[in-house]
Design a protein around this ligand. Structure first.
Ligand SMILES: Cc1ncc(COP(=O)(O)O)c(C=O)c1O
Length: 432
């Protein structure tokens, strides 16, 4: 008899981690398990879900689209769902971003941005301007290029030989300030390192990639808006393209549609995914300015951007994205966001007083608690204990090592969000 085919689950070690929980169906913020439990999804199923699981408006839009056109090669062809998405996104993305290149997920949206930035200067006759700068504590995905721009971590260490070299500069991690300052009195001194690097590597650096205002997987690190503003100024001064990786921060998570909007910053390239389809289907997108796209429109065919994935611009994913954006148009999504942000602020203020809590930070709908640990980092021994405790108490929270965070679907009701915070408080009391 053939042996069974088994799922190899992501970020999971079968020798150490509990068996996966079987979920039969989900609705709103609840996951209904096969063994009859109801679990609050307080992390939006890896940060993707916006308007609730099985949202009927999005589900119906996908079903209708599937009856008409499920997928189409996007080279040489286009379709209504994709064109509609351009019109809908136009309302939200900064005006100077005029072109959108589809891909499959967050990692590929990042790969596209990096490749565009490098080829841009090559097409302009500056092939030596090809170096890349990324931030300490950054995370941009798990494909080889995205891993290269991500900071070294247990995720990347086995693959060091596959990661290409990038310049790494300070992040504005105020709780552990890389230049020993205090936020109250600092002048965003950490950004100076970037300017020094660009001076030293004059004419060599093509792009700086940043997760705007919030570094997610690196520990839910919230940056002052001035940090992003200074990055923008420096990139402009040295003619370096700024890539904003809004894969996590996009679609209202930070309080504005895009985190860049909180800082009034327009990047040259912007990566989207996760919430783009409301969390229903995988899709990535990289937006760029006219100036970038112009360099690829050329009589010289070698200037073409030779990149594309089979499912580029998938019509079902576009239909889901259109329905999600329609919800932004006609439901009080930003009121929901404000309500979540208010509860986050109240509950974090209380948690901040606990001696086990080193730092509690927030940006919009995202609240994070950095616990005091002897072994800080993703592999902290407290992580599996906390995860198990939360799940046993009916809440899905996946701490990043010693950093616990809530990142709920935007439709979460106050009671459920309070429940998540109650369980966090109980776990800290019980385990630490
Ligand atoms: C900021 C950021 N960029 C890129 C990615 C990669 O996205 P994906 O997992 O869809 O490839 C992630 C995933 O968490 C992310 O947080």
């Amino acid at each position: 008899m053939k042996s069974a085919l088994q799922i190899w689950h992501p970020f999971t070690n079968r020798a150490l981690d509990p068996a996966p929980v079987m979920v039969e169906r989900a609705e709103g913020v609840y996951l209904h398990t096969k063994d009859g439990r109801k679990i609050i999804d307080a992390i939006s199923s890896w940060w993707v879900n916006l308007h609730g699981h099985a949202n009927p408006r999005i589900a119906n839009a996908i079903a209708e689209q599937a009856k008409k056109l499920e997928h189409l090669i996007l080279a040489g062809f286009s379709h209504e769902a994709a064109e509609e998405l351009m019109t809908r996104l136009r309302k939200w993305v900064p005006e100077p971003l005029t072109h959108l290149f589809f891909s499959d997920d967050g990692s590929t949206a990042v790969e596209v941005a990096l490749k565009m930035a490098v080829q841009y200067f090559r097409n302009l006759g500056q092939p030596e301007k090809c170096e890349i700068v990324a931030l300490a504590h950054g995370y941009h995905g798990d494909t080889a290029g995205a891993m290269s721009v991500s900071d070294a971590s247990p995720f990347t260490e086995p693959f060091d030989s596959m990661r290409y070299a990038v310049h790494r500069v300070h992040s504005a991690y105020c709780y552990r300030c890389p230049v020993g300052m205090k936020r109250e009195s600092c002048r965003i001194d950490c950004v100076q390192q970037l300017e020094e690097l660009l001076l030293e590597r004059a004419g060599r650096v093509a792009t700086v990639i940043v997760e705007p205002l919030l570094q997610g997987a690196g520990g839910m690190i919230v940056h002052p808006v001035e940090f992003l503003q200074r990055l923008r100024e420096i990139c402009t001064k040295y003619d370096v393209l700024l890539i904003a990786d809004e894969v996590l921060t996009g679609f209202g998570r930070t309080g504005k549609m895009f985190a860049c909007g909180l800082a009034d910053v327009t990047p040259d390239l912007m990566c989207l995914s996760k919430g783009l389809t409301g969390g229903f289907l995988a899709m990535g997108a990289t937006l760029c300015t006219d100036r970038v796209e112009d360099a690829f429109r050329s009589e010289n065919r070698t200037h073409t951007f030779y990149h594309g994935h089979s499912y580029t611009g998938n019509a079902l994913a576009c239909a889901a994205a259109n329905a999600s954006l329609q919800i932004f148009e006609d439901e009080p999504v930003f009121d929901r966001i404000s309500a979540i942000a208010k509860i986050n602020a109240e509950r974090l203020a209380h948690l901040r007083g606990m001696h086990q809590v080193g730092d509690a930070r927030q940006i919009g709908t995202i609240g994070a608690i950095e616990l005091v640990a002897e072994d800080p980092g993703y592999l902290s021994a407290m992580r599996p204990k906390l995860y198990g405790f939360f799940l046993d108490h009916g809440v899905l929270l996946r701490p990043l090592g010693n950093v616990v965070y809530v990142l709920p679907p935007l439709v979460i009701e106050p009671d459920d969000l309070h429940r998540a915070y109650d369980v966090i408080g109980e776990a800290i009391e019980a385990l630490l």
